[in-house]
Design a protein around this ligand. Structure first.
Ligand SMILES: Cc1ncc(COP(=O)(O)O)c(C=O)c1O
Length: 368
């Protein structure tokens, strides 16, 4: 490779990755479709054999009365919050300042629904009970994102969740779970999806994060919420005539990976410990509480990128294709452990981390 090889190109060319489930290519769908009878009828506008039984299965899995499949979590969650706000007659909703709704949805919650989000805590902490009890005005709904992705997938304690749930019920505040990565946190809490969901009035789960499908989301709750959310889904153009590529792949990968989360979690803890043995590296959280964590490196971009590229070339293991900037001037990247990690030979992992330790040590000694 040339001196101009970018981190992303070098990463793409590596044979092994320690993050994800493998390439997001068309094979993700082909693998599913190869097993399906081609004569099977498609769903039609939210009805049919390829969608409704799956919705019922997910409702049961989440311990809720009903569930509806959405093409995206963005649509599902804005709709859930809108319904809770209309029901209570207040526009206030509360969530973390780094919630997906706040930073990745182009203000849909304000622009489309006229809601008024209240940011519950500062960027680096998870939402705690006091962040809710100290609010001057009761919001219609509090959204908790578990795990809190933008801060490395941190979690409040289970006791805190129980306290928040009890407080919200007492105060007539609906509690919504942004459970995009709900399955990924169950091994840490040692709870079932239904047990966690029981603390919430509405729950969203994504099918393309740890589950690794193509796209799609489920929203679960009581029958009234779900029947209202179907109306809103239609209003949003979310009732595609056919959603079967999404529902079939969601179901397939849900079955394939729902019981793998404890393994990913253990692997994430091991990987994080390898990173934490390197000088100038700290993972957030220090010990992961799911399959994900962030790696913070106290180094300059023009020093770290060539180090990583060298490691990729020497070992064929890609650690990341992207380095973000943190507010405190360090660099960071995200690790999400999935199926890909099991394919990396142990000797390759050891070699990559040995090189990373040595190269960072040299950088540290030189003081660059
Ligand atoms: C925590 C969280 N919530 C919601 C979403 C939205 O999901 P979708 O991409 O299906 O709209 C995402 C997507 O990355 C997410 O990470």
């Amino acid at each position: 490779m040339t001196a101009q090889t970018t981190l992303f190109e070098a990463y793409k060319q590596t044979k092994y990755k320690h993050t994800g489930h493998g390439p997001r290519n068309v094979n993700v769908l082909k693998t599913v479709m190869d097993e399906i009878d081609g004569e099977r009828l498609s769903d039609m506008y939210g009805n049919g054999r390829t969608i409704n039984p799956f919705e019922e299965k997910m409702a049961e899995f989440l311990g809720k009365e009903a569930a509806v499949f959405f093409p995206s979590g963005t649509m599902a969650q804005q709709i859930a919050l809108r319904i809770w706000a209309d029901e209570k007659g207040t526009k206030k909703i509360g969530y973390h300042p780094l919630s997906h709704l706040e930073i990745h949805e182009e203000n849909g919650i304000r622009e489309l629904h006229g809601l008024e989000p209240v940011l519950l805590t500062d960027r680096n902490h998870v939402v705690e009970l006091e962040d809710i009890t100290k609010l001057e005005e009761n919001p219609a709904c509090i959204l908790l994102e578990l795990p809190q992705r933008e801060i490395g997938g941190q979690l409040p304690s289970y006791q805190t969740l129980e306290q928040i749930s009890a407080y919200c019920r007492e105060q007539g505040i609906k509690l919504h779970l942004d459970g995009a990565r709900l399955l990924e946190i169950l091994p840490f809490y040692q709870k079932t999806a239904a047990e966690v969901s029981a603390l919430f009035d509405s729950v969203y789960l994504s099918f393309y994060k740890g589950i690794g499908g193509i796209a799609g989301a489920i929203l679960a709750g009581d029958k009234d919420l779900i029947s209202q959310s179907k109306v809103w889904k239609r209003r949003h153009g979310g009732d595609l005539i056919s959603l079967y590529p999404y529902t079939l792949s969601a179901d397939y990968y849900f079955e394939q990976r729902k019981d793998q989360m404890a393994l990913y979690y253990e692997q994430a803890k091991t990987l994080a410990s390898f990173y934490n043995e390197c000088p100038d590296i700290l993972t957030v959280p220090r010990e992961p509480v799911s399959n994900m964590f962030h790696v913070h490196v106290n180094a300059k971009r023009d020093v770290l990128e060539p180090i990583l590229i060298d490691i990729y070339e020497e070992t064929d293991l890609g650690l990341t294709g992207f380095l973000g900037d943190t507010a405190d001037g360090t660099l960071y990247f995200e690790v999400n452990v999935g199926d890909a990690y099991a394919n990396v030979p142990q000797i390759t992992v050891e070699k990559a981390f040995q090189l990373l330790r040595e190269k960072l040590q040299k950088m540290y000694v030189k003081g660059v």
